[in-house]
Design a protein around this ligand. Sequence first.
Ligand code: GAR
Length: 208
Amino acid sequence: MKRIVILISGRGSNMEAIVDACAAEGWPASVAAVISNRPDAKGLQFAAARGIATDVVDHKQHATREAFDAELARVIDRHTPDLVVLAGFMRILTPGFVEHYAQRMVNIHPSLLPAFTGLHTHRRAIEQGCKIAGATVHYVTAELDHGPIIVQAAVPVLPDDTEDSLSKRVLAREHQIYPRAVRWIVEDALDLRDGVVVHRRGEPQLVL
Ligand code: GAR
């Protein structure tokens, strides 16, 4: 049984989707812990109610990114994870931390990477007149919102969309693709070929 540790900063709806999928489908993995950098993260209550271990590593209690990341890694590693899942974890990570979890840490980002790295992805997509938007699950590398792409979901941008309406449409897709990507990883269904992630049985890595 593989062990997953999920990092959140707030609402935790992607974390919920992964916890539910994990429980419902008899996965070869379980969620060992949910860890937040914010003591008031709403998602912590959901995890605790499901009997999952929760921890807080408050970034405000650490003077430097290095000190925060060192403590975070110590707390994560107590749970001996096979996979670390960033689910709305809104901290920039140091290269040493990323290296420590190389090939075993994934992130979801609310855009069709490599477009719109960083914040306010939906607002920027609307401002740029994009006709398509989406979300990406990728392995984490030292460069922010980069790293080999595991799966993407695309949704239309409608003429009367607001940041809020577009983010809701994308979030619904995030909840589909993130559990799917995590399952592929814990099943060892993915290969990395020349920096590109390929599903060994050819399952579609695009949701439309
Ligand atoms: C999600 O939309 C996720 O893609 C985004 O934060 C939201 C978290 O929602 N992540 C990022 O922007 C990371 N760069 P959730 O807490 O309900 O899962």
